[in-house]
Design a protein around this ligand. Structure first.
Ligand code: ZN
Length: 272
């Protein structure tokens, strides 16, 4: 989403839709961010919070320069009215970022099983059809679709809120390292057996996206906070800090958690 956000000027208005605590750090950008969710929003440094239904947005038409819907569409009970509303409030030269899970993946199946649905009422399995639907409802051209990788951070007991479900308790971990090992093992399987065990879903970009979207896989996804990082950028900022036999690790720039480090060329097979 930063391919859009980092180019917006100070006077821009951004809607972070279905975002809970916020999809990005609004304090890091000069524009105004409105966070919106159906559930009550607490105080946050990530923008002004509004509690409302995505299918009935309390904003005037053509108000927003960009809409971000990060892991949100799968939760919307009235999906098409919500998409119509996104199209209504976006400026004609605006931009839209959407990320959703692929319902066919191991990660999403496990999530829905462990959390008894986890609130996913819309299951997406055809990225082309979803992109076409979003372009149709918003009137914005589809620019790019990027494959996202999983970190299984929903199984991390250090994250909140804790669902308290028995099957989640059985499979969840308090140890970041255990989840890092699990994720690394699944990446290994994907690399060598052309599988998709560690794939999460898709990020889709529409409308005015000022820079080219990096489509190579970002497999460095934090097992604590779920942020995905470019391997090149991690190396540039010195976050890749330890080597042991054939392995490297990186300290997540978002939360400091240690994860296994992987490069593009390790996963160019078996991720499509
Ligand atoms: Zn992190």
């Amino acid at each position: 989403m930063h391919e859009i956000l980092r180019h917006l000027p100070a006077g821009a208005l951004v809607l972070d839709l279905g975002c809970s605590a916020g999809s990005f750090d609004a304090a890091a950008f000069p524009f105004v961010t409105i966070r919106m969710d159906l559930e009550p929003l607490g105080a946050s440094s990530r923008g002004t919070g509004v509690q409302a239904d995505a299918a009935s947005l309390p904003f005037r038409g053509r108000a927003f320069n960009a809409v971000v819907c990060n892991h949100g569409l799968e939760h919307f009970k009235r999906l098409k009215p919500a998409l119509q509303e996104i199209g209504r409030v976006l400026k004609r030269d605006g931009a839209l970022f959407v990320s959703v899970p692929d319902a066919t993946t191991f990660q999403d199946r496990l999530y829905r099983w462990a959390l008894k649905g986890g609130g996913h009422v819309n299951l997406f399995d055809k990225p082309g059809e979803l992109a076409a639907m979003l372009a149709c409802y918003t009137g914005l051209p589809h620019v790019a679709t990027k494959i996202l990788h999983a970190s299984f951070s929903f199984l991390n007991r250090r994250n909140t809120p804790r669902p308290g479900l028995r099957r989640w308790v059985v499979f969840s971990w308090r140890c970041d390292g255990a989840l890092a090992v699990l994720t690394a093992m699944l990446r290994f399987i994907d690399r060598h057996f052309r599988a998709r065990t560690s794939v999460y879903g898709w990020a889709m970009y529409f409308g005015n996206v000022p820079e080219t979207v990096e489509l190579r896989p970002w497999t460095n996804v934090c097992v604590r906070c779920g942020q995905a990082h470019s391997p090149d950028w991690l190396a540039e900022i010195g976050a890749v800090r330890r080597r042991w036999l054939f392995f490297s690790s990186f300290a997540c720039p978002g939360c400091g958690t240690s994860n296994f480090y992987t490069r593009y060329e390790h996963f160019l097979r078996g991720t499509g």
